[in-house]
Design a protein around this ligand. Structure first.
Ligand SMILES: NC(=O)c1ccc[n+]([C@@H]2O[C@H](COP(=O)([O-])OP(=O)(O)OC[C@H]3O[C@@H](n4cnc5c(N)ncnc54)[C@H](O)[C@@H]3O)[C@@H](O)[C@H]2O)c1
Length: 252
């Protein structure tokens, strides 16, 4: 408890699944959080549930793929908390396992805008604040689909590989400025990410062909505890790392 006391932390995609578990874990550790999601009602419920937490809680609706809305969130964090010490880019969407030959421009653009442009927009906004303070942590939630080609469709896979690349570049670029950037790459986790999915039959069959090797689905809390570690000074030497959390699935 209190490993993140007083730290100002933005979490995107906080209204459900992994982001929601992070909201509980981070406030339990005493962080002041600014929770972001596009789902206003779920954010309000979360705000009420977190009322008794250790740290302060602010919620804000924002589409992470909208530059202006992202800038407004970061301004709010500066105004309310005096800066941003930790940025967690967690919001993400799936792509119905659609392979490249029949992937529409619309889906390709939507998935890249949320999963890759969103983290880029947030990182670009928070980096000057962190550089000025000489300290900061960025945590990007990718996927095992960001290190292997066979876990999702073409758009999701591309977005998560891109996110790993962006993270490694930022990790190296800003290492001497006191900023660390690491990636969490979960395997399957029990969340709402698949609830509106209409899986492509061919793509899903190919992507799921190795799923029998997966030990079990992870729990959102098992990813949140890794994020707490990466946000804290306990991981001070870790920078540019991809922490895989899949029970050994990709070890096969
Ligand atoms: N669940 C899994 O099996 C799994 C596996 C690997 C990686 N991930 C990654 O974990 C992250 C969290 O996903 P989850 O599984 O908790 O899913 P989830 O659907 O339960 O939660 C994602 C949240 O992101 C929000 N969101 C989506 N688009 C947004 C946008 N444009 N702007 C703001 N918020 C937006 C949603 O409203 C939702 O609350 C994602 O980046 C996902 O790719 C999930």
């Amino acid at each position: 408890m209190n490993r993140l006391e007083g730290r100002s932390i933005i979490i995107t995609g906080a209204a459900s699944g992994i982001g929601r578990a992070m909201a509980f874990a981070f406030t339990h550790e005493g962080a002041n959080v600014l929770l972001v999601d596009k789902e206003e009602d779920s954010l309000k419920e979360l705000h009420t549930e977190l009322a008794k937490s250790n740290g302060r809680v602010i919620t804000m609706t924002c589409d992470v793929s909208n530059e202006q809305e992202v800038a407004a969130v970061v301004s709010k964090a500066e105004f309310e908390y005096g800066g941003v010490q930790v940025m967690v880019n967690n919001a993400g969407i799936m792509d119905d396992f659609i392979p490249a030959d029949h992937l529409s421009n619309e889906l390709w653009e939507r998935v890249l805008k949320v999963n890759l442009y969103g983290p880029f927009y947030f990182s670009r906004e928070v980096l000057p604040i962190m550089i000025k303070k000489g300290k900061g942590v960025i945590i990007n939630v990718a996927s095992v689909g960001g290190i292997q080609g066979c876990r999702a469709g073409a758009a999701y896979t591309t977005s998560k590989f891109g996110l790993v690349g962006l993270s490694k570049n930022m990790a190296f670029m800003y290492a001497k400025k006191g900023i660390r950037c690491n990636v969490i790459a979960p395997g399957g986790v029990e969340t709402g990410i698949g609830k509106d999915m209409k899986p492509d039959i061919f793509g899903a069959e190919r992507a799921m062909s190795g799923s029998s090797n997966m030990l079990r689905m992870g729990k959102p809390e098992e990813i949140a505890s890794i994020a707490v570690f990466l946000a804290s000074d306990e991981s001070a030497l870790m920078n540019g790392d991809v922490v895989v959390a899949d029970g050994g699935w990709t070890a096969y």
